[in-house]
Design a protein around this ligand. Structure first.
Ligand code: CDP
Length: 224
């Protein structure tokens, strides 16, 4: 069987990696998984059960009981759930519990697709170090906070932009400094700063960065 093609998209909170990952998946006809949703669903399960997201037993129970049908639910997009997601994500046993799902998604992308795009924090470093192409997406914190503010507003959730900025900064610092699977630039990842780019320009830049490797891998498969 052919090895599937993988585009790993890592980056800071609200950097636009999810939007770019979705657009890349649509462009190539690949499957897409937002791995952050797995940690957010875990956090939601813990909070709903009145557990403590920093407690290993509570967090692992949460990871084992996630309901994937809620991945598109607004309930997981709040900053409270985001903060709790970052706490459960620092626990090795939680990451371990979510590992198989992510690796099998990449190995056999749903729908028989030849490839998958996965966005998160450790996709190019831990989940799939031999990914076909890797991106690391970043943007200035104030812009990311503004984008998150707009996104939440669009969902009817009114938030204070300064509060969101503080939350993003706290979460980035925690995600970058944790000992297990920290957010970092993989040596072979292409860095894309979207601060001064609109969605279309950011997508064009992302596509230009991954296309040579992805097109090459697609050609190899056809030659097969
Ligand atoms: O949407 P946003 O960029 O704010 O965050 P997310 O991608 O939904 O991720 C929420 C939290 O889950 C992050 O702050 C990380 O702590 C954690 N996460 C992780 O540790 N590893 C991943 N592959 C994805 C998310």
């Amino acid at each position: 069987m052919n090895k599937s093609i993988v585009i790993a998209v890592d980056g800071t909170a609200a950097s636009g990696k999810g939007t770019l990952a979705k657009k890349l998946a649509a462009h190539f006809g690949f499957a897409h998984l937002d791995s952050g949703a797995l940690y957010r669903l875990t956090a939601l399960a813990v909070l709903n059960a009145k557990g403590d997201p920093r407690n290993e037993a509570d967090a692992v129970r949460g990871a084992q009981s996630i309901d994937l049908s809620l991945a598109g639910d607004q309930a997981i997009r709040t900053d409270v759930v985001g903060q709790a997601a970052s706490q459960v994500a620092a626990i090795g046993a939680v990451r371990q519990a979510l590992l198989d799902f992510q690796r099998s998604f990449l190995k056999s992308p749903p729908g028989g697709s030849p490839g998958a795009v996965m966005d998160g924090r450790d996709i190019g470093t831990v989940i799939c170090p031999d990914a076909t192409a890797k991106l690391y997406i970043d943007a200035r914190p104030e812009l990311r906070a503004h984008r998150r503010w707009l996104e939440l507003k669009g969902m009817g959730i009114a938030r204070d932009e300064q509060g969101l900025l503080a939350e993003l900064n706290t979460r980035d610092a925690a995600d970058k400094s944790r000992p297990i699977s920290p957010l970092k630039l993989a040596p072979d990842a292409a860095l894309l700063d979207t601060s001064d780019l609109g969605i279309d320009a950011a997508f064009a830049a992302a596509l230009a960065l991954v296309s040579p490797r992805v097109e090459g891998a697609l050609r190899d498969r056809h030659r097969g």
